[in-house]
Design a protein around this ligand. Sequence first.
Ligand SMILES: [Zn+2]
Ligand SMILES: [Zn+2]
Length: 322
Amino acid sequence: MKTRSNKKPLRNAALALSATLAALATVGCSTTSHPETPATLGASARTSSLEAVVDQPGPLTVETVIGADWQVPLSGLLNLDHAEAKKAKLTDRDEPVHVAFHAVHHPTRGTFLVDTGVERMLFEKPDEAVIRGFVASVANIDKMKRRTDTKTWLEQQEQPHVAGVFLTHLHLDHITGMRDVPAGTPVFVGPGETSARSIENLFVAPIVNRALENKPPLSVWRFGPDPDGVFDGLVDVFGDQTFWAIHVPGHTAGSTAYIARTKAGPVLLTGDACHTTWGWDHGVEPGSFSSDRKRSASSLERLRRFAAKHPTMEVRLGHQAR
Ligand SMILES: [Zn+2]
Ligand SMILES: [Zn+2]
């Protein structure tokens, strides 16, 4: 019959397309083709070593710099199907957030950035920014309102040298300012972060590559198993117990949180293990922006439990102030 014979080629084309997309998802689309190498900085550690020192004052300072205000869907930031979210009758809407970086200063090792803030070019010549074109429009980058771009912040510093960038993960809103960080600066990232595959990476990977193009191969944290079984892995970054990387997979495979010991007490930088104040306060994990939501819930729970044991710990979240 006519209708049936017309549908068959269409169905075949649809099957071929879905097979191609499935193949692309498993074969060719990693987050970046930028080379990587195991980090030479940092030694694998255990939670009990961190516990032993975390409440003692330390020599670091942490300045959190808000690069831009932004708005993104709440359903990406929070699992709205979580019982707590339902109880609070949360529904999807545009949620105000910020894009930030943290400047961590170590008295002898120098200044390091955790994530990268926003690139100056994004606001002055958006057609030449690292994030531009189709992906920028899909990601609502035009909704970012600048507060302080990373280049301006660096120009204001007496000592603008950046000794390294410690990424919480490789999502675009965390590498937006990477091109404002001087060429050759080492960049550190969690394991499995670069090799995560998805169809979106067809569009995203060229941007990640562009953001990293004047940087050395990515240094990948060497997390060993935590003998205490609390976290998925820890690294004592400088070997002096002042600054720690903690593997908190789920939002992305290599998601990493950091703890800095300052004079005023420990500061936890969660990255996108938790985007929002409400999510942290109610124990509700991120939503559709995460690649493995179950695992991200587990990582968030571990961080919250750890922070609860150390009430002087200041918590700075991925995209909102507490
Ligand atoms: Zn993210
Ligand atoms: Zn983010």
